[in-house]
Structures are given as C-alpha cells and as structure tokens.
Design a protein around this ligand. Structure first.
Ligand SMILES: C[S@@+](CC[C@H](N)C(=O)[O-])C[C@H]1O[C@@H](n2cnc3c(N)ncnc32)[C@H](O)[C@@H]1O
Length: 350
C-alpha cells in the first residue's frame, strides 16, 4: 500500500492521474459542495477567534476547501495569519496553486506550501479531510485461533497476489489490542486492517500544535463497530474511475487504496500524545450544528436553492455521507466551545 500510493514517480499520489473530482477516481465532501467547506470555515472562525494564529491543512486535494475557507473567514473578519498546506502529491499541489492563484491578492498571499511539518509549534487549526484513510495500513486474517499477516507476493508474469505469512510483533500487538476490545472470538477466516501509522502521525501533529484544534474528518468507526464479527473482509477499498472495489492487486499505482479509520485508535494515539479528545460527531451532526440548513435557506429561491438542498442531502443523509463520515476534534490548551460538536457527542462510544 505504501509503494502503490507513494513510490516516487509511480505511486498513486506521486504520479499524475487526476484522482479527485469529475474525471478522477473519487469525489470528496469538499468537492460535493461548498456547503461542507462553509461549515468547516465556521468552525475554524470560532477557534481562530480564541487562539489567533494560522491554519495548516494536510492533504488539501484540489484546494477547493482552502479557497472557500479563506473567503468565508475574510467575510467574517477572522483571517488566519497564514494558510499553510502540507501536500505529498506534486500534481495535487500544482492543482492547488492554480486554484488558489484565483483568490484576491490579500487572500492568496497568505497561502504557503510546506515540504514538511513546521518546526515551531503553531496556534490555530489543523485540518485533515480524508487524509487518515490514506495512511498505509496492514491487513491480517484470523485463522485457526491465530493472527496471520496478509501481504503481497508476485503472481504470474507482472502481477501481484495475496499471500499470508506469520505476523510480526508490532502487528501481533496491535491485533491483541483489537481482540481484547471485542466480545467473543472472531470467525475463522475473518480479515481486516490495522493502521500502525496512526500513532506516529498523531504524535508528529501533536508536536506541531502549541494551542488549538486538530480537526479530522474521515469515514470510519469506533473500534468495536469497526471490527464487528460480521465485517468479515475488513474495510480496504480501491477507487478507480468513480468505481469502488476491493482488489488492491489491479491498477497498481493508478487507483486509490484506502481503509476506514479506527477512531478509537486515533483517540488513543491523541491521548498518548497529550492531546484532549474534545469532540466526535457524525458528519451530519457536525454540519447541521455548523449552520448547514441556514446556508441553504439564505440562497436565492429557485434553481440555486434546489441545487444546494440536493447537495445538503448528499452530505447528511445516513445512506449517503452523513453517518459513515465522522468529525473528530483533538485539542491542546483549548477550553472554549466547539459548536460543530454541540448536537452530538459520541465520545462515550470510543
Ligand atoms: C483522499 S485525498 C483528500 C483530499 C482533500 N482533503 C479532499 O477532501 O478533497 C487525500 C489527500 O491527502 C494527501 N496525502 C496523502 N497522504 C498524506 C500525508 N501523509 N500527509 C499529507 N497529505 C497526504 C493526498 O495527496 C491528497 O491530497
């Protein structure tokens, strides 16, 4: 997964395919509707009013969310000192530059691209929409009462296939943690994923946060739902030309590979890194608490409002994006309200 996504010049995020949006492989919430981006902006405004400082967006995709957030913050008079973007994909960074170059000069001059996380810790907001699901994960299977790792072997000619092997110590430890949180044994042949990158990723982000909020949004579940006995083949999914499927051994380097996020693992990693888990809500609850309906209602009657109402439904309906996607707020030295989480607090589920 690491090589298929990130190998220099060859990996999905390193090479030049369109990836996001119409003509790409998948569509994310910031591309579905600017309603999503305006709600995120409202949460950012509330935080920046308390902390001052800047926004750091990880994996900014096409740059659409950055553009809308900056414009909305300008309208509210709470512009960040700068809007930094950390993007691993050179061609997505180029798309971001082209898009953000269209902003008025007083906004676009605040945008900077970073090669790595900042050395001095920042005050403000860190944003990561659909980034955690792109962290390479490891797959395991439960066979004859033991954990096996599911890895990659060469198939015939130039192809790849799945092969199982003994699990190494880090994977075994992670799986022991998973098994301990479940009631009863897993069914024979059960397969799933664990993302061991979560801990170092959250720790490195924590080191960069002096005061403020890390706002994550992704598809995922608390652990005991994630590893439900009936989810027998895990959550690994591939996206290729707007179709989702479960075969990571085809289209290698030209399709996205993702896995759902175990939000309990994120919360544990945050606590270990001295962050506070201050909010956890479904996307629907977060957007509704952030004024989604008001944004639709204030649109001109007629075609524009009907279009926005359709987009809003896609963002919040439970069988669309509303339930599968969650928002999580990890904070440091931040006791002020987080209005996006006012309607729902799922922290007890973690
Ligand atoms: C699924 S896309 C989401 C893009 C955008 N946030 C959106 O919602 O439209 C994943 C993004 O994360 C970037 N990315 C992947 N791994 C990353 C990492 N370790 N650090 C920062 N960005 C990363 C990708 O290049 C891409 O921009």
């Amino acid at each position: 997964m690491e090589l298929a996504l990130y190998a220099p010049g060859l990996g999905y995020y390193s090479a030049g395919s369109v990836k996001i949006g119409v003509g790409g492989d998948f569509v994310t919430a910031p591309e579905v509707s600017d309603l999503f981006n305006r709600c995120v902006a409202r949460q950012c405004a509330e935080i920046l009013t308390v902390t001052g400082g800047e926004i750091l967006e990880l994996g900014a995709g096409t740059g659409r969310m950055a553009a809308v957030v900056l414009s909305a913050l300008a309208a509210q008079g709470v512009l960040p000192e700068r809007y930094a973007i950390l993007e691993v994909s050179a061609d997505l960074a180029a798309r971001q530059r082209a898009r953000l170059a269209q902003l008025p000069p007083q906004l676009r001059e605040r945008v900077v691209w970073l090669e790595r996380l900042p050395e001095s810790p920042l005050r403000g907001v860190m944003l990561a929409n659909e980034v955690a699901d792109a962290l390479p994960c490891r797959r395991f299977a439960w066979r004859d009462g033991a954990v096996r790792e599911l890895g990659v072997a060469l198939g015939e000619e130039v192809s790849f296939r799945e092969q199982s092997a003994a699990a190494d110590v880090p994977l075994l430890r992670a799986c022991e943690g998973v098994l301990a949180s479940l009631e009863g044994e897993l069914p024979q042949g059960y397969a799933s994923e664990v993302c061991l990158r979560v801990e170092p990723w959250i720790a490195s982000l924590s080191e960069c946060l002096q005061r403020g909020v890390l706002l994550l949004c992704d598809y995922g579940l608390p652990r005991r739902h994630y590893y439900h006995r009936e989810r027998v083949s895990g959550t690994l999914r591939c996206h290729f030309k707007q179709r989702a499927h479960a075969d990571p051994y085809i289209n290698v380097g030209v399709q996205d590979i993702t896995a759902w996020v175990d939000f309990t693992r994120i919360a544990e990693a945050a606590l270990a890194a001295n962050l506070t888990v201050s909010g956890f809500a479904t996307q629907a609850a977060f957007l509704l608490a952030s004024g989604l309906e008001g944004f639709v209602a204030e649109a001109d009657e007629g075609a524009q409002r009907a279009r926005l109402a359709g987009e809003a439904r896609r963002l919040v309906l439970p069988d669309e994006m509303g339930e599968a996607f969650k928002f999580m707020a990890l904070t440091r030295d931040y006791d002020a309200p987080l209005s996006g989480f006012a309607l729902q607090d799922l922290r007890h589920l973690l």
